[in-house]
Ligand binder design. Structure first.
Ligand code: PHE
Length: 391
């Protein structure tokens, strides 16, 4: 058993020797403590105020040292001996506690707890070469983000660049500059989520969560002169309670092309090509009249159902995604309304000189259809058993 020696030789070499002896005794005694009770004895032998080894070291080494050696001895005790004793005692206790947990977990057959305890033990030098390696699963692209990337890259190949804008928007960009009349129903609190405490501001300055990606049309036209071709992927919000096909937060991909002599034929050709690129060359597109305040004329575009091939039936069963119609509504589009250009006229968008088309589609719905998922909420619940399927 280790005894604290009296010091007579205070040379550096002698101090180093007594320190080495002490540390090796410490290590040896720590390793011999095999239970909580033994650990307590070990702890008290070193730490006890009355006659513990550290107290003895203080008396025999520090107090007894001649003035000329006090500095070296003090440093040895305070920055080596005490911290090492502290650590050895604490780590041994952790080790003993982990062993006890391991024993209990084994007795109860709790696999996860066994693994956790083994890992804790391994970090204190205990080795089990049968343990599986640490698994670090690589993240996967979220199916909605993946869909957005794929759709964006279809347009990038056509020479479009990517633009974005803020999710917290002003009434001006979300509505007013997009030609929404003051009392348009979309401005209603039924649909729009407003930021609180904005009543003191004039209407056009009030903040809200953008309800579509269309405000980025105006924002981009303010910054870039025509011609422009941009796609805008992003999140939007509406005051819809969540269900299998709705979510208060969802994703859109917007597009805008402005130049001289852009026609509805350009719109149709571009979107037809994009849908064939995205869904496969056999899909057809169909345009039906619609209305948006910021496009005139406006249309809804449908693609032939890529699930049933347009027949409306899957064998003997009705095709659910297209509700037996053979067509799936994909987006809203139209020719940019001259009233919209008026707001950015000074940046080169004279409505008499330029024309353009715009479109906007819901990425979430496209992802649902593409991957055959029947509940939108699955995309937002963060369950790795679901999302891991895209890994
Ligand atoms: N912003 C419209 C919506 O959210 C979609 C749209 C975009 C329509 C661009 C026409 C042109 O419903």
């Amino acid at each position: 058993m280790y005894n604290v020696p009296k010091l007579t030789d205070y040379s550096a070499a002698a101090l180093e020797r007594v320190a080495a002896e002490l540390l090796s005794a410490l290590e040896h005694e720590a390793a011999s403590a095999k239970s909580e009770a033994e650990w307590k004895i070990f702890r008290d032998r070193w730490m006890a105020r009355k006659n513990g080894l550290l107290t003895q070291i203080n008396d025999l080494w520090l107090k007894g040292a001649p003035k000329s050696a006090k500095r070296e001895v003090g440093q040895l005790v305070n920055s080596v001996v005490i911290p090492r004793v502290d650590t050895a005692i604490r780590e041994r206790h952790d080790h003993i506690k982990s062993l006890a947990i391991l024993k209990k977990a084994r007795a109860e057959g709790l696999d996860v707890e066994i693994d956790v305890a083994k890992r804790a033990l391994q970090s204190s030098g205990w080795l089990d070469i049968t343990l599986p390696g640490v698994r670090r699963p690589i993240g996967a692209e979220h199916p909605i983000i993946k869909t957005m990337h794929e759709m964006v890259s279809v347009f990038q190949k056509l020479g479009y660049s990517v633009a974005d804008g803020p999710v917290v928007e002003t009434d001006y960009y979300n509505f007013e500059s997009l030609n929404f009349p003051p009392n348009h129903p979309a401005r209603d609190t039924q649909d729009t989520l407003f930021i609180a405490g904005q009543q003191g501001k004039p209407q056009w300055e009030r903040l809200l969560l953008r309800t579509h990606t269309s405000p980025v049309q105006i924002r981009t036209m303010e910054k870039m002169r025509p011609p422009i071709r941009i796609v805008i992927p992003g999140t939007v919000h509406r005051n819809d309670p969540p269900d299998a096909s709705h979510s208060p937060m969802f994703h859109q991909i917007e597009g805008l092309a402005v130049d001289t002599n852009i026609t509805f034929g350009d719109l149709k050709g571009t979107l037809d090509h994009a849908m064939k690129e995205f869904f496969g060359s056999s899909v057809k597109t169909s345009f039906r009249p619609s209305f948006f305040p910021f496009t005139e004329p406006s249309a809804e575009m449908f693609v032939s159902c890529f699930i049933c091939g347009g027949s409306g039936r899957r064998g003997a069963d009705p095709c659910r995604p297209c509700k037996q119609t053979g067509w799936i509504e994909i987006l809203g589009c139209g020719m940019v309304d001259p009233n919209v250009f008026e707001f950015v006229k000074d940046n080169g968008y004279d409505p008499r000189k330029v024309s353009g088309f715009a479109f906007g589609m819901g990425a979430d719905r496209i992802a649902l259809l593409k991957y055959g998922v029947d509940d939108l909420q699955l995309f937002f619940q963060g369950d790795v058993r679901f999302l891991g399927q895209w890994a």
